[in-house]
Write a protein that binds this ligand. Structure first.
Ligand SMILES: Cc1cc2nc3c(=O)[nH]c(=O)nc-3n(C[C@H](O)[C@H](O)[C@H](O)COP(=O)(O)OP(=O)(O)OC[C@H]3O[C@@H](n4cnc5c(N)ncnc54)[C@H](O)[C@@H]3O)c2cc1C
Ligand SMILES: NC(=O)c1ccc[n+]([C@@H]2O[C@H](COP(=O)([O-])OP(=O)(O)OC[C@H]3O[C@@H](n4cnc5c(N)ncnc54)[C@H](O)[C@@H]3O)[C@@H](O)[C@H]2O)c1
Length: 499
C-alpha cells in the first residue's frame, strides 16, 4: 500500500519511528482517548519483524512439527507432514509479505502512516527519506517514540560474512529446505530453527553453541531437555564450541530464503570440520540505532537505548523521547515490546494532558513471560534461581516431574518434562517459574499472574487446578514445597516425587 496521508502535512502530536506491533500500540495508546494525533514512520513493512520474519513465520513452521510429534507419541494416531504445504501455509500466515491489512488497521484507528527511512534531526524532529524523493521534515508537538527494533548480529568469524550465511529472515521465510545445515548459536532462534529444519526434512542439522548448554538464560534443565530431544532425533550438538572458519567457494545472493551458493565448509575451534548446504547465523541481535540521528539529540549511536520505567530515554531532557521494543534492550520479545508501548503511549497522553500520575512498566517486567516453541516447549516467567541469587534475593526452590501427572500422562504416555518455582523467602511469593514439556505454553500465564500479582504461597493453595490437566503441576509443586518446609523444620529428608 502506498502513500497514506496528506503529503503536505508535517506536524503531528506523536511520531513513532518504526511501525512494528509495538510502534502501532504506542501510537494507539497515545491517541485513542486523548485526542492526540499520531503517525507511524516505516521503511519496510508495517507490522515489523514479528509479523513477517520472526514470531509468526517461525510459529507457522513449528506448529506442523508439533502436531506430528504429538501424534507420534500417541498410540493409535499417525500424522504426516507435507513440507511444501507447510511452507505454503507459512506464506499465508505472513500475508505473503504484504502489509495492506496492517496499514488499513492503522488508518482505521486514526493513525497516519508515512513510508520511508526516518532519522532524528533534533528535538522532536524527524527527517524521512524515500528513494530519490525529497526528504520530508516532520515535527512532533509532544513526543517521538523509537521502535526501530534489532537485526541479527553476525560474529566476526573468518569467512562467515563472505559465505553469505542465512540469518533469521532467511530461515523463517525459507523457500527450500537445505539437506545439511549448520546453525551458529544455541539460543532461542537456534533451538527453534533446528526443530523446524529437522521436522521439515533437513537430513543433517548441527548446532554449534559456544556456551556449555542450550538456552543459556533459562533454568539449566530447560536447555538439557531440549538438547536431549534434539539429539534423540538426530540433531548433532557441538556445545562449548565456536566456529573458527567458514569457507564457501561460490557464495551467491540467490535471494532471501534460497540456498546462497555451493557447499559450506565449517571448521570448529577443535578442528572438527562440518560440511553443509547452508549455514544459519543465530547468535543474538544488534539494536537498530546506528543511523537514526541519535547524535543530533546528544546520544551515542549503536547501543541499546537506556529507558526509565515510563519508557522515556535517559540522557535526553524534556520528556519527549521514548523507546520501546528490542531497541531499548529490556526484553527482546514482541509481547514485552507491546507492553512497553502501551505504557509509553499512556505516559505520553498523560503528560500531554498535564497529569503527573504516570503509569510504570516495572511490574510487567517482573513477570517477563516467554515461551520457546521447541520440542519440548520451554515456558518461563520472572527470574531463574541463578538470576535471583545473583540479585541477592534469599530464595527457596522447588522442582517436580511434569510427566508424573494424570493430565500429562493422558496427553502422551511417555511425557518428558520438568517444572520449577523460585520463591522469595522474605515475602513468600513466587518470583520465577519454568515449565518444560509438551503443551505447556498456556501454563505460563498462570505463573505470570502469580508473579506480577505477588500472590502469597498461602493463597496459591486455594487456586485449585482442574483435573486432569497439566495445571495440576501447581498443586504438586506446592505440595513438594510444603514437604520441603516440613522436612527442614523436622531436620529430615524431603519425600520423593509422587507419581
Ligand atoms: C526468528 C525469530 C523468532 C521470534 N519469535 C518470537 C516469539 O515467538 N515470541 C516473541 O515474543 N518474540 C519473538 N521474537 C522476537 C521478536 O520478533 C522481537 O522481539 C520483535 O519483533 C521486536 O519488535 P520491535 O518492536 O522491537 O521491532 P521490529 O519488529 O524489529 O521492527 C522495527 C521496525 O522499524 C522499522 N525501522 C527500523 N529503522 C527505521 C527507520 N530508521 N525508519 C523507518 N523505519 C525503521 C523496521 O523496518 C521495522 O519494521 C523472535 C525473533 C526472531 C528473530
Ligand atoms: N519464542 C520466543 O520467544 C523467541 C523466539 C526466537 C527469538 N526470540 C528472541 O530473539 C532474541 C534473539 O535470539 P537469538 O537466539 O538470536 O539470540 P540469543 O541471545 O538468545 O542466543 C544467541 C546464542 O548464540 C551463541 N553465540 C553467539 N556467538 C557465538 C559464536 N561465535 N559461536 C557459537 N555460539 C555463539 C550465544 O552463546 C547464545 O547462546 C532473543 O533474545 C529471544 O528472546 C524469542
Amino acid at each position: 500500500m502506498t502513500a497514506t496521508v496528506d503529503p503536505d502535512r508535517s506536524e503531528w502530536d506523536v511520531i513513532v519511528l518504526g511501525a512494528a506491533a509495538a510502534g502501532e500500540n504506542a501510537a494507539l495508546y497515545a491517541s485513542q482517548f486523548s485526542g492526540l494525533s499520531s503517525v507511524l514512520v516505516e521503511n519496510v513493512l508495517v507490522g515489523g519483524e514479528c509479523s513477517y520474519w520472526a514470531c509468526m513465520p517461525s510459529k507457522a513452521l513449528l506448529r506442523p512439527v508439533e502436531v506430528v510429534d504429538a501424534a507420534a507419541h500417541l498410540p493409535g494416531v499417525t500424522a504426516q507432514l507435507e513440507p511444501p504445504d507447510a511452507l505454503a501455509r507459512r506464506d499465508v500466515v505472513i500475508n505473503r509479505l504484504d502489509d495492506t491489512s496492517q496499514v488499513k488497521w492503522a488508518l482505521g484507528a486514526g493513525i497516519d502512516v508515512v513510508r520511508g527511512y526516518g532519522r532524528l534531526t533534533g528535538e522532536r524532529r524527524i527527517a524521512v527519506s524515500r528513494g530519490d524523493g525529497p526528504v520530508r521534515e516532520l515535527t512532533a508537538r509532544h513526543a517521538v517514540v523509537i521502535d526501530t527494533g534489532s537485526c541479527p548480529a553476525v560474529p566476526d568469524v573468518p569467512g562467515l560474512r563472505a559465505a553469505l550465511p542465512w540469518n533469521s529472515r532467511d530461515v523463517t521465510t525459507m523457500k527450500e529446505v537445505p539437506r545439511r545445515v549448520v546453525i551458529l548459536g544455541g539460543g532461542v532462534v537456534a533451538c527453534e530453527a533446528a526443530t523446524w529444519l529437522h521436522g521439515l526434512g533437513a537430513a543433517e542439522v548441527s548446532v554449534v553453541q559456544r556456551g556449555p548448554r542450550l538456552l543459556a538464560r533459562a533454568e539449566p534443565f530447560a536447555g538439557a531437555l531440549v538438547g536431549e530431544e534434539l539429539q534423540d532425533c538426530g540433531v548433532r550438538l557441538y556445545l562449548g564450541r565456536t566456529i573458527s572458519q567458514v569457507q564457501r567457494s561460490d557464495a551467491r545472493d540467490t535471494g532471501q530464503g534460497c540456498i546462497h551458493g555451493g557447499e559450506v565448509r565449517v571448521t570448529l575451534d577443535d578442528g572438527t570440520i562440518l560440511e553443509a548446504d547452508e549455514i544459519v547465523v543465530a547468535a543474538g541481535r544488534t539494536p537498530n540505532t546506528v543511523d537514526i540521528g541519535l547524535e543530533t539529540v546528544g546520544l551515542s549511536p549503536g547501543g541499546y537505548l537506556d529507558v526509565d520505567d515510563h519508557q522515556a530515554v535517559r540522557g535526553v531532557s524534556g520528556d519527549w523521547l521514548y523507546a520501546i521494543g528490542d531497541v531499548c534492550g529490556r526484553a527482546l520479545l514482541t509481547h514485552m515490546g507491546k507492553y512497553q508501548a502501551r505504557i509509553a503511549g499512556e505516559v505520553i497522553a498523560a503528560r500531554a494532558g498535564g497529569s503527573s500520575d504516570l503509569p510504570s512498566s516495572a511490574a510487567g517486567h517482573s513477570g517477563l513471560p516467554q515461551v520457546v516453541f521447541t520440542t519440548p516447549e520451554v515456558g518461563c516467567a520472572g527470574v531463574t534461581e541463578r538470576q535471583a541469587r545473583e540479585a541477592g534475593t534469599d530464595v527457596e526452590v522447588v522442582e517436580y516431574d511434569l510427566g508424573a501427572l494424570a493430565g500429562t500422562w493422558v496427553m502422551r504416555p511417555d511425557y518428558r518434562g520438568r517444572a520449577k518455582l523460585v520463591v522469595d523467602r522474605a515475602d513468600d511469593v513466587v518470583i520465577g517459574a519454568t515449565f518444560v514439556g509438551a503443551g505447556i505454553a498456556e501454563l505460563v500465564h498462570s505463573a505470570t499472574t502469580a508473579i506480577v500479582g505477588r500472590i502469597p504461597v498461602s493463597t496459591l493453595w486455594h487456586v485449585v487446578p482442574s483435573y486432569p490437566t497439566a495445571s495440576e503441576i501447581w498443586l504438586r509443586l506446592l505440595e513438594t514445597l510444603r514437604a520441603q518446609r516440613h522436612a527442614a523444620r523436622a531436620g529430615g529428608d524431603t519425600p520423593a516425587e509422587r507419581t
